[in-house]
Design a protein around this ligand. Structure first.
Ligand code: AHG
Ligand code: MN
Ligand code: MN
Ligand code: MN
Length: 320
């Protein structure tokens, strides 16, 4: 592992995890620098391949993956499971952790200068890769994301609340700005890719239909919709001002379990949301009680303000 200066404060980071978190943050500072230079860094949005999950692979997807892998090699991470690599890699024979990563989340936004991010999940490692990653999401010991937005921020949980750090680009260090984020309970915003309406199941349509009826409908208020196309940006908005995000399963072939991957997207996002007093389900039951059956396995994801997520679950019960 390339050693880095301490780029974040020690206070709320478990000491054993500090080298790995500091390495993730140091690499994210370099990734943020590449992103901030846009096409001056090269053709970051150029399609360079396709990953196991069938996603187009952009140049920045692969670059970010290589940067994180290289920096973590030989350190405290034994198994490295990435969206951009078919199989988990053995990075360190004596590593203590299994780290799953979405190196670059929101790739469709790279060429339009919209916020994108990195998502990570950490388990205590087991001997093999599969047993290390394919286990109940509640066994995570850390989860979070780096958001490359107008400000670069780290949001992370170790199971004792959700912390937010902001990168000071002049000093090159992350500064703690919030020790215990809380998902606001009230909000009038929902996030869903509404172009998939015709593919949704009845309970999801019923929930959205109620929102769309506004003031005169069953919800008795008007709603607003947001859809960024970067899970990290949606998560950060909901952690900051409340709301609900839905990527449900739908009738499109291959989308029975939606589009988001359990191990390196849904599980860590569910962890930070629940540690901030919100709720995260597959539409019906908690994500943290679920486990993936393959490294790139998908699961429907509904998260945000608890009462909204519960209402979606109630719609599933009503139409069961
Ligand atoms: P990734 O770029 O890592 O493959 O993730 C993209 C995901 C997620 O960030 C976002 O919420 C979702 O894809 C958007 O899906 P649609 O393009 O179907 O709206
Ligand atoms: Mn992708
Ligand atoms: Mn992603
Ligand atoms: Mn990705």
């Amino acid at each position: 592992m390339t050693t880095h200066p301490d780029v974040l404060p020690h206070d709320l980071i478990p000491e054993a995890l500090y080298p790995t978190l500091s390495t993730l943050c140091a690499v994210s500072i370099d990734v943020a620098g590449v992103i901030a230079r846009g096409t001056l860094s090269g053709a970051l949005a150029e399609q360079v391949g396709e990953n196991t999950d069938g996603d187009n692979q952009k140049a920045l997807d692969v670059m970010a993956d290589e940067m994180f892998e290289a920096a973590l090699r030989g350190g405290d991470v034994r198994w490295y499971g990435s969206e951009e690599q078919e199989d988990a890699l053995l990075l360190s024979e004596n590593g203590k952790y299994a780290l799953a990563i979405d190196p670059l989340d929101g790739s469709s936004n790279i060429d339009v200068n919209v916020s994108i991010g990195t998502i990570f999940s950490i388990f205590d490692t087991k001997e093999g890769a599969e047993e290390s990653f394919l286990r109940p999401a509640k066994e995570q010991i850390a989860g979070g994301y780096i958001l490359y937005g107008p400000a670069t921020c780290l949001v992370v949980t170790f199971g004792n609340g959700t912390q937010q750090y902001i990168l000071d680009p002049v000093k090159g260090v992350f500064v703690l700005v919030e020790a215990a984020m809380q998902v606001p309970e009230t909000s009038k915003e929902f996030a869903i890719n509404a172009s998939n309406y015709r593919h949704w199941t009845k309970p999801v349509r019923a929930y959205i239909d109620d929102c769309l009826e506004g003031m005169n409908g069953p919800r008795g208020k008007d709603f607003n919709m947001r859809w960024v196309g970067s899970l990290v940006a949606e998560t950060h908005r909901i952690l900051t001002r409340g709301g609900i995000f839905l990527y449900p399963g739908d009738s499109r072939p291959g989308y029975e379990n939606g589009r988001l991957r359990m191990v390196y997207e849904c599980a860590p996002i569910a962890f930070v949301i629940e540690q901030a007093g919100g709720m995260a389900t597959n539409g019906e039951v908690p994500i943290l009680d679920q486990q993936a059956t393959t490294l790139h396995g998908r699961i429907p994801l509904v998260f945000g303000s608890t009462d909204k997520v519960q209402r979606v679950a109630d719609h599933h019960t009503l139409t069961a």
